[in-house]
Design a protein around this ligand. Structure first.
Ligand code: SAM
Length: 279
């Protein structure tokens, strides 16, 4: 998406009270459409916590919009000062403009526009890592965000998005990461690149599979581990499963066909890191 109108002075502050301001339209476009996010390489993250996380992670920021309440909030002011020093345009917006940009049910005092950042398969260096999670065609943004958050919680090294996945920079996915998006490396790759990487992976490559014959609690997982998860509807593709050394299964009783993808990922991650995490 083309950036709005005439060039904006970076590292400056601008007041906005009109819904039809081109920057407001640009932000709404980034929230609404993947096409705008891909073309611009930008995305929107709502809330002060995410702004603070982004600043702590030295993340590239284009705009930080502050509602009236943020002007008396020292944490918001600190985030704005950091963003401004990093070249962002600070937008002071009215409540009406802020709620036009965010969810009506949960208005935010801060909305940030940040630069997207993903790795390619070639940029992944497993050495010194703990556990990476590879997701085969993940479709649900809430699942993806929850998985990124859980990888962060267990001290994982990153998440690989294999094939046609949901957009990790969609506002629902970003929201579900609760800020972990700014701390967990994300890589995008084709299935062939994944298979190459899995073939030379130095640690355990374990796929969760409903046909797995190995109880997920039995392998002696070697780090860096690679945990491979299937698509919500179709499960893991056969050739991806063939690229893994172990097919693990989480036992189930009752009538459920399978576990939710994010839940299964969390259970397996905590088992893989069982002896390495302590309170
Ligand atoms: N209908 C799909 C199938 O037949 O595989 C169900 C997919 S399930 C909702 C999504 C993914 O979560 C699976 O591909 C697998 O990676 C993981 N998963 C869910 N329940 C699991 C279990 N009990 N054991 C191992 N993996 C599981």
């Amino acid at each position: 998406m083309a950036h709005s109108g005439k060039p904006q002075r970076i590292g400056a502050v601008k007041q906005i009270t009109s819904h039809s301001n081109p920057i407001v339209k640009e932000i709404k476009g980034l929230i609404a459409q993947r096409k705008h996010r891909s073309q611009s390489g930008l995305f929107v993250a709502e809330g002060l916590k995410l702004a603070t996380d982004a600043m702590a992670a030295d993340w590239g920021v284009r705009y930080l919009a502050l509602g009236p309440e943020a002007r008396d909030n020292p944490i918001a002011q600190k985030a704005a000062a950091t963003a401004k020093a990093r070249g962002a345009l600070i937008l002071e917006v009215s409540n009406a403009v802020m709620s036009a940009m965010t969810r009506k049910d949960n208005p935010q005092m801060v909305v940030g526009v940040y630069e997207q950042k993903t790795l390619s398969a070639r940029e992944i260096d497993p050495r010194g890592g703990t556990v990476w999670v590879a997701l085969d065609r993940v479709r649900d943004p809430g699942n993806l965000g929850t998985i990124i958050r859980t990888v962060d919680a267990v001290g994982g090294s990153g998440v690989m998005l294999v094939g046609d996945c949901t957009d990790p920079f969609a506002v629902e996915a970003v929201r579900a990461t609760m800020g972990s998006l700014f701390h967990v490396p994300l890589a995008k790759m084709s299935k062939d690149d994944f298979k190459d990487l899995a073939g030379k992976w130095p640690g355990t490559v374990a796929a969760t599979h409903l046909k797995g014959s190995v109880d997920y609690r039995t392998p002696d997982y070697q780090e860096p581990a690679l945990l491979v998860m299937g698509n919500e509807q179709k499960g893991l593709e056969d050739d991806m499963a063939d690229a893994c050394s172990t097919l693990i299964r989480i036992p189930q009783t009752g009538q459920a066909d399978s576990l939710n993808l994010a839940v299964a990922t969390g259970i397996a991650l905590y088992e893989i890191r069982r002896n390495l995490l302590e309170l």
